[in-house]
Design a protein around this ligand. Sequence first.
Ligand code: PGA
Length: 248
Amino acid sequence: MQKNNYSNIIVANWKMNLDKAAANILLDNLFSNDLSNKNVVICPPFTLLDFVRNKIKDSSVLLGAQDCSSLASSNGAFTGDISAQMLCDLSCKYVICGHSERRKFYQESDEIIKNKIINAHKAGLVTILCVGESLSDRENGKYKDVICNSVKSILTSSVTEQNTIIAYEPIWAIGTGKTATEDQIEEIHQFLSDVITETFELNLKILYGGSVNEENSASILKIPHVSGLLIGGASLDSKKFYQIIKNS
Ligand code: PGA
């Protein structure tokens, strides 16, 4: 998607961070700024979804979750799982699927991620599908194949331009302070856009994520086919996060 007039989406991925008291302070500080006309999504841990829902209810900020069950979209005997329907019940609009930390620590395969996406769409959530290459994929020159195969095997017939966003997150750039260069980001965003258009005839929004901060966000957002940002570490600091939102 080339640059046009719609505003970028800024997604906060809090990961397994913050308790209620810390979330309260962060959100009070964030809301002391003007967030009108900005597209912000906050994805707290499950335990804070209801709390954050109440904090953001009079704002334009939307709620997202970091994961959902691959096994069923509504309910079932799946101890420890949270379904997409349960997330909707807590006013979530978005869910992150296939984050590299889940692929790495929980061995989530493309097949599992595909089922999460199907379940999320069934429940009416917008999915943010994360894809990205490891350092060795990049070094051995196979990074485009890895990304292309992942997108092709995960995206299903339930995908539309309204219910799916892609997040390109090179694994070597997540939480490392090593952001991909603008050329690297541009190359992959163009590539993803081409693959998705050719294979699915869809023009999906593509976010960038991986060590985005208040200093590099503005220039990343100017890159063609970058429709927003997925922010981990910098979303836990209200000043940094607000600066990123302001730049969007
Ligand atoms: P980071 O995380 O901004 O801390 O690199 C991004 C992510 O994992 O989504």
